[in-house]
Design a protein around this ligand. Structure first.
Ligand SMILES: NC(=O)c1ccc[n+]([C@@H]2O[C@H](COP(=O)([O-])OP(=O)(O)OC[C@H]3O[C@@H](n4cnc5c(N)ncnc54)[C@H](OP(=O)(O)O)[C@@H]3O)[C@@H](O)[C@H]2O)c1
Length: 240
């Protein structure tokens, strides 16, 4: 029977490419989103992948949403924590609200999504937890104290879950994308984007599909001995 995968933020950008790639690899896929109904409806129409709306920053919404997905598609074998936001500002101008929003979605959201799914993975003796972190969680970034902290925290989650899940057949790994051509990056002014590309030795932005292929590998049985790892996919921009 096909394994079931849930991709948060799976209807747009990197998440949409991940949902597509997992479907192509034979998984039954559910994609979640926060509020962009139009994009989600278009995505479902084009792909046949079911979409579900809830806020990953809300624990109760996650519990209810996960129960709905599992009732529709069966137990979740692969969880891809991809949903993420930026609220950039230099630290002296960053508001508490900007801090809370980013930590709530990018870090607490990973707890909220993984915690209700984890016991079932333990019982079934199989699971894959994959977190889309960021190059900026590895190296820090001007005006992203909130984002860099959330994404560095995600790496701590993965390393700890890897130790707890290993004897239950569960792996937890992270991917740290560099700059990828999605709405998030295309929203920055063109001049800034050009300066970003100038810092990437490969000379271009990454494509969402390049991250999706890493996810498909980490989700597979072939990756069973890879646990607690971080894959950097950044065009050579930063080495850990
Ligand atoms: N793009 C890059 O260069 C880059 C680089 C490194 C890491 N990343 C990370 O990769 C992930 C995907 O980025 P992206 O560029 O593809 O982003 P994106 O195009 O802005 O899409 C974000 C997705 O996450 C969903 N989302 C946002 N907040 C949510 C919440 N509170 N609850 C549920 N869903 C939520 C959005 O739903 P709606 O459609 O409803 O808004 C959307 O589906 C993020 O974690 C990001 O930090 C991106």
């Amino acid at each position: 029977m096909a394994r079931t995968a849930l991709v948060t933020g799976g209807s747009r950008g990197i998440g949409a490419a991940i949902s597509h790639a997992l479907k192509d690899a034979g998984y039954t896929v559910a994609a979640t989103y926060a509020g962009n109904d139009e994009a989600a409806a278009k995505f479902t129409e084009e792909t046949g992948i079911k979409t579900y709306k809830w806020n990953v920053a809300d624990y109760d919404e996650c519990t209810a949403g996960i129960a709905a997905v599992e009732a529709d598609l069966g137990p979740i074998d692969v969880l891809v924590n991809n949903a993420g936001i930026t609220r950039d500002a230099p630290f002296h101008k960053m508001t508490k609200d900007q801090w809370d929003q980013v930590i709530g979605t990018n870090l607490t959201g990973v707890f909220n999504m993984t915690h209700p799914i984890w016991p079932g993975m333990r019982e079934r003796k199989f699971g894959r937890v994959i977190i889309i972190s960021s190059i900026n969680g590895q190296k820090g970034q001007f005006a992203q104290v909130n984002y860099a902290a959330s994404k560095a925290g995600d790496l701590g989650i993965v390393k700890s879950l890897a130790q707890e899940g290993a004897r239950f057949g569960i792996t937890a790994n992270a991917i740290c994308p560099g700059y990828i051509a999605t709405d998030m990056v295309m929203a920055v002014p063109e001049k800034v984007r050009e300066s970003i590309i100038a810092q990437i030795p490969t000379g271009r932005l990454g494509e969402p599909e390049e991250i999706a292929r890493c996810v498909v590998f980490l989700a597979s049985d072939d990756a069973g001995f890879i646990n607690g790892s971080t894959i950097s996919a950044n065009g050579g921009q930063f080495f850990v």
